[in-house]
Design a protein around this ligand. Structure first.
Ligand code: NAD
Length: 354
């Protein structure tokens, strides 16, 4: 029995989580694959009910579960609240409490959605498949910061163990993919980057089957546009990863297609689509649920070792697209427009045929 804490959250969150649950339920096999879902309050919905974005009870349930699946949090209704009481605090609090230090963001361009990419067709080729592994709970976002007179400062700092553990996640993940890791830093300038590079190079000796190369972050930003096919897994610090993963996600077009996983030292992971709560289309059966459904595939692969079922979900999504079904955000002339519910149903139907 896999225990999953579900956080529908705000805006389109409940719409898309419903589809993800539908897909997981369709995979259940009594005595073999069973899921237990516990719905948890977080974000704006939690503020409205309890006054706090991440109530202790919600946190406790997440800590007792095998995986956490989040829709999205936030919206204009809560935008005027002070920083520490805003819905987004729930995300930071959860990541920290769950100890998830590695954020995995695949940028996959399904060949069926080639037109969604801003890149030229000859650069896209047969599609794009890059995985950014971003260090999530260290570096400049968590370093010493302050103001002195008219000066402000933030500190980038990494320890050897922090780099070792993220490097291992990258190498282990590359083993399940195309066996290549690109470590991204700014070692020509930053001391913390020099330590990063030394450490990744040393850890690579434990992975002789993986090809490692290093790139400076400015060069990597260019190369992602010039020739994304040279990349398999990119591993980098918190801030560089924040920027590069957004860049990589734009290469593949729609926000509604992109999943993510955040992992720590245990199998328990935190899974969410990369988009926000899209308040403009909430509750209108317009949201694309595929990023959340693909996040479920990552959950099955990384937290539950259900590799076959994860592959099946990804293939079902590809087939639904191949047969021309599109939500509004990825709609093109000649395709069949469907809503959130129908898209969820289609993935379930195609899964049953796999
Ligand atoms: P957004 O990602 O919610 O929306 C940007 C645009 O993309 C909108 O036009 C929206 O309709 C569209 N879009 C996003 N997801 C879609 C989907 N699945 N299907 C179809 N269209 C989709 O970003 P935003 O508008 O900047 O933020 C809205 C709220 O979400 C804010 O309160 C923000 O703080 C919050 N947010 C939350 C998360 C999270 O929960 N992880 C991440 C980013 C933003």
């Amino acid at each position: 029995m896999f225990r999953i804490a579900l956080i529908p959250g705000d805006g389109i969150g409940p719409d898309i989580i419903k589809q993800a649950v539908k897909v997981m339920k369709s995979l259940e096999k009594p005595g073999e694959i069973e899921f237990e879902f516990t719905e948890v309050l977080a974000g704006g919905a939690a503020i409205d009910k309890t006054g706090h974005p991440l109530p202790q009870e919600s946190l406790d349930i997440c800590l007792q579960s095998d995986a956490v699946l989040l829709g999205a949090v936030g919206g204009p209704k809560w935008d005027t609240l002070p920083g520490d009481l805003r819905p987004e605090q729930a995300l930071l609090g959860l990541r920290k409490a769950l100890g998830v230090f590695a954020n995995l963001r695949p940028a996959v361009l399904f060949p069926q959605l080639k037109n969604a990419s801003p890149l030229k067709e000859d650069i896209i080729g047969d599609g794009i498949d890059v995985l950014v592994v971003r260090e999530l709970i260290g570096g400049i976002y968590f370093g010493k910061r302050g103001r002195e007179g008219d000066t402000a400062y933030d500190t980038e700092s990494y320890s050897v163990p922090e780099v070792e553990r993220i490097a291992r996640v990258a190498f282990d993940t590359a083993r399940k993919r195309r066996h290549k890791v690109t470590s991204v830093d700014k070692a020509n300038i930053l001391e913390s980057s020099r330590l990063w590079r030394e450490t990744v190079t040393r850890i690579a000796k434990d992975y002789p089957d993986i090809e490692l190369n290093h790139l400076y972050v400015d060069n990597c930003a260019m190369q992602l546009i010039r020739d994304p096919h040279q990349f398999d897994v990119i591993v980098t610090s918190n801030m560089f990863g924040d920027i590069l993963s957004d860049e990589a996600s734009m290469l593949v077009g729609s926000l509604g297609m992109l999943p993510s996983a955040s992992l720590g030292n245990t199998k328990r992971g935190f899974y969410e689509p990369i988009h926000g709560s899209a308040p403009d289309i909430a509750g209108q059966d317009k949201a694309n649920p595929l990023a959340t459904i693909l996040s479920v595939a990552m959950m099955l692969r990384y937290s539950f070792d259900l590799t076959r079922e994860a592959d099946d979900i990804e293939q079902a999504v590809a087939k639904v697209l191949e047969d021309g079904y599109r939500t509004a955000d990825i709609m093109e002339p000649g395709m069949k427009l469907v809503g959130t519910e129908r898209m969820g149903d289609l993935v379930v139907e195609y899964l049953k045929c796999s």
